[in-house]
Every structure is written in structure tokens, then in C-alpha cells.
Design a binder for this molecule. Structure first.
Ligand code: BES
Ligand code: MN
Ligand code: MN
Length: 462
């Protein structure tokens, strides 16, 4: 039977076409206007799993959007790999900043993708990435080379906090039992610098509301004499960082895992070009917590960021008004040992305590999750590392990631299994932004690399 590289080469046009069809369905989980599209996408994913060769495929109903589950068992004595991914995508707005419509995929070349990239919402996060696993399964079954049992679990609420999946995991320990969890929903350093994500940050997401007077007021008649909720809110937010960009919430850093100098030195060996980083973002300088490098700031240090802020008059022209209310959505990225519920409570307590007389403050917790770390001496990591070495011709660099997939820590807690994050995207893929894309080279390289993970994992398991 053919080797995987030849198989991918022969079938690549079909692999692209299939992904493009999946990307056409606007599976936006955050907006209920797309709920039928969500169900259609779940259906399409289930069909893809059946076609690839799963012998059990189910669309599992939940309180929210369905979870697509599929299985291929080859023997009780074989190790079991659970593949996780998500078929939901982020809302595409602002639409006017897209060069082509988000749900009409097009292939274009870019300087980083001379072989072309597919531009569409979800191309990289996460449809393009989980679909690599579906095609890798197809190859392994057609070439009779699948050495492990496989379970697929593709959810539809990752971008909105994985609430239904949390319940599903808690209720289905046996069904989901596995030896390792495999996910492609992260990135790597560069196509010439393969890397494996060994950490994810946790998250605490809150919304704050500051209320002043009981109605919007004339800013001349009342201005200067009553607390303006927007002035107050921005002042309160500004006070959450000190002049060194440390977060000022008491107790916030108490449990933060501090890396040793050796670990930091090891991290600093990962290739990184600051000038390139700045120019890719059109910024003249980076910014962040004193005493840490850019890569440390976005991976091993916790953060606090305002994601959105509103209130008062934002329409055309000018209106003189002191708004009754001001709002902000704030996220805190957390690192190992910080507990998201504890941090949420610390935030609430602190934010309420710094409110001056004359306003009322309400803090509402949204979702959250714990940070996660994959040890590099785990056989799952080693299998992945050997797989990359085989197809990229060099060993991957282990790298902590700054993003969050909160369900991963729950997998460890509930299913007692480690997760290997084999992501093939690039930071420049513009996930969550206009013009999201996924390199065709990356997509095909992923399909080529994944079967080797199974091969080496099976070997290392015996
Ligand atoms: N795939 C991303 C997470 C990611 C991307 C991790 C790149 C590392 C590198 C995921 O879909 C995502 O966007 N997660 C959210 C959290 C979720 C609770 C909304 C995030 O990180 O903001
Ligand atoms: Mn994702
Ligand atoms: Mn995402």
C-alpha cells in the first residue's frame, strides 16, 4: 500500500474540496441566527466520519449544540486515541474588513503561503484542523495501517465555553475512556520551525457594569457634580495595572507557577524575531509586564485585558450626555496553579472594593477554565515529536501557548488523560479576525503527520 505522502498528493484536490464545503456552512455558535447551520454542520461532520470509515457515528443531543461522536475499534488490546475538535466558529464580524466573504472560501497565495491558503472563517480554527484527523483516519483505514482504536468527539460550543461538553464528559467516562487525547486547535512557530504546544493558559471571563445616576443626564446641567460611570469605569480599569504592568488585584499572583531560570533559558531558545513580530502587527514597540520577554508575557504570565467597553453616546455627531451606565468585558488569562473560580472571586471582591461612592458596581462571571501543561517526557509527546521529525525532517520545539482550550484541563480531571496539542496553524492565520486562513501546505502536512503519531504511539505503548 502507498505511503501517506503519495496518498495525500493523489487526493489533495478532493481533500481541499471537502474542507471548502464544510467551511461554507456558517456555524457561528455565539449567534442563534445560525442555529440551523450549526445542526447542518453537525450532520456534515457525522457524514464525513462515516465516509472516512468510523463504524459508530452518533449525533449526541445536548442542552445546547450537538456533539458529534464517532468510533473505529480495532481491538481491545490496542491503545485508544480520543480526537477532540470543534465545528463551531467565531462570529465573522466586522464583515467589511474581509477581502472575501467569510463563508465563501477562496484560495489565495501569500508570502507565507506560496502554495496557497484557504480564506474562510473556521479555516484554521478549527474546521481545517480537525478535518485533517478525519482524512488521516481515511488514509489509515484504506491503507490498513491503523494501529489504535480511535474515538472522535467534535463539539459545537468551544467558542462559547464548552458548557454542554463539560456535562457530556462528566456523564460519559466509560464511553470516552482513552489512553491519550489528540487535538489540532493550536499553532506552530513556522513551517520551517515545527513546534508542539505544551501548555494552554486558563481563563476567567467577567463582565462589569457601573451604574451612576438613575437616568442619562445633561452633561452641562449635571457635569462635574455627579459621578460619570464611564469616567469611573475607565479609571477603575486603569488602576488594575501598576506602572510595571503588574496586575494589582490582591492575591492575583499568589499561586502563579514561577518558572526556574533554566526553564526560562530553555524557552528563550525557541526562534523568535522581535522585529518581524512588530512589523507583522504594525506596532513600533511591544508592551507588557516588566521583567519578562514577549514570549513569556504571552505564554507563562497571567494577563488582564478589556475585550470590549461601551456606554453613553456612540452614534454620529455629538450628544452631550452623562450616561447612567457603563460596561466592560474583561478576560484574565491564567497560568498553572491559578484557579479560575478563585481568581474570578478575587476580581469581583477587588473591583467592588475600588468603586467610589456615587456609583454601584456589578460583576458577572462568564465562563472560565484552568491552565494545562503537557509533560514532554510523556509517551504521547514523544510519539508526536517523532511524527513531526519524520515528516518535517526535524524535531519540533516544545512551546507553551497563550490561548485557552478550557476543556483540556477538564479532560485531565474527569478522564485522567493527557492531551497532545498537534497544531498546524500559524499565529498569522488571523483566527478570530477578518481574513482567517489556513495554509494548504499546513493542511496537507497535518494529514501526512497524524498517521505517524498513531504508529509511534502504538509502538511506545507496548
Ligand atoms: N483554538 C483556540 C485556542 C488557541 C488558539 C490556543 C491558538 C492556542 C493557540 C480556541 O478556539 C479559542 O479560541 N479559545 C478561546 C477560549 C474559549 C473559552 C472562548 C480563547 O483562547 O480565547
Ligand atoms: Mn479553536
Ligand atoms: Mn477559537
Amino acid at each position: 500500500m502507498q505511503n501517506v505522502r503519495t496518498y495525500v498528493e493523489e487526493h489533495k484536490q478532493r481533500f481541499l474540496n471537502e474542507l471548502i464545503e464544510l467551511l461554507r456552512i456558517p456555524s457561528v455558535s455565539a449567534d442563534s441566527a445560525y442555529s440551523q447551520d450549526m445542526l447542518d454542520t453537525a450532520e456534515a461532520v457525522a457524514n464525513a466520519l462515516r465516509t472516512a470509515g468510523c463504524d459508530t457515528v452518533e449525533i449526541c443531543e445536548t442542552q445546547g449544540y450537538p456533539i458529534v461522536y464517532g468510533e473505529k475499534r480495532i481491538g481491545e488490546d490496542r491503545p485508544t486515541v480520543l480526537v477532540y475538535g470543534h465545528y463551531d466558529v467565531q462570529p465573522p464580524d466586522p464583515l467589511d474588513l474581509w477581502d472575501s466573504p467569510p463563508f465563501e472560501p477562496v484560495i489565495k497565495t501569500t508570502s507565507l503561503h506560496p502554495d496557497g491558503a484557504i480564506f474562510a472563517r473556521g479555516a484554521s480554527d478549527d474546521k481545517g484542523q480537525f478535518y485533517m484527523h478525519v482524512k488521516a483516519l481515511e488514509y489509515m483505514l484504506r491503507s490498513n495501517s491503523l494501529p489504535c482504536n480511535i474515538k472522535f468527539m467534535i463539539e459545537g460550543e468551544e467558542e462559547v465555553g464548552s458548557k454542554s461538553l463539560s456535562a457530556f464528559v462528566k456523564e460519559n467516562h466509560e464511553k470516552l475512556a482513552n489512553d491519550i487525547i489528540l487535538i489540532s486547535d493550536t499553532g506552530m512557530i513556522a513551517n520551517e520551525v515545527p513546534s508542539i504546544t505544551t501548555g494552554l493558559r486558563g481563563l476567567s471571563y467577567v463582565e462589569v457594569e457601573v451604574t451612576g445616576p438613575n437616568r442619562d443626564l445633561h452633561s452641562g446641567l449635571y457635569g462635574g457634580a455627579v459621578a460619570n460611570p464611564i469616567n469611573i469605569l475607565t479609571k477603575m480599569i486603569a488602576s488594575l495595572h501598576d506602572e510595571k504592568n503588574h496586575i494589582t488585584i490582591p492575591g492575583f499572583y499568589d499561586k502563579v507557577e514561577e518558572l526556574s531560570m533554566e526553564e526560562r533559558t530553555e524557552m528563550a531558545k525557541a526562534p523568535f524575531d522581535l522585529e518581524e513580530y512588530k512589523s507583522a502587527l504594525s506596532i513600533e514597540a511591544v508592551y507588557g509586564e516588566e521583567g519578562y520577554s514577549t514570549n513569556e508575557r504571552n505564554a507563562i504570565r497571567p494577563t488582564l485585558d478589556v475585550n470590549g467597553i461601551w456606554g453613553g453616546y456612540t452614534g454620529e455627531g455629538a450628544k452631550t450626555v452623562i450616561a447612567s451606565k457603563a460596561y466592560a468585558k474583561i478576560s484574565m488569562r491564567l497560568v498553572p496553579n491559578q484557579d479560575w473560580q478563585e481568581i474570578t472571586a478575587l476580581f469581583k471582591q477587588h473591583f467592588e472594593s475600588i468603586a467610589p461612592a456615587g456609583v454601584q458596581v456589578k460583576v458577572t462571571a462568564h465562563h472560565g477554565g484552568q491552565a494545562y501543561v503537557t509533560p514532554i517526557d510523556h509517551i504521547g509527546y514523544q510519539a508526536a515529536s517523532k511524527a513531526y521529525e519524520t515528516t518535517f525532517g526535524k524535531a519540533p520545539v516544545p512551546q507553551r501557548g497563550g490561548g485557552s482550550i478550557p476543556i483540556v484541563a477538564l479532560f485531565e480531571e474527569e478522564l485522567n488523560s493527557k492531551t497532545i496539542l498537534m497544531g498546524f496553524g500559524l499565529d498569522s492565520n488571523a483566527i478570530h479576525s477578518p481574513n482567517e486562513h489556513f495554509g494548504i501546505w499546513n493542511y496537507l502536512k497535518g494529514i501526512e503527520t497524524i498517521p505517524y503519531f498513531y504508529k509511534y504511539f502504538a509502538e511506545l505503548s507496548t
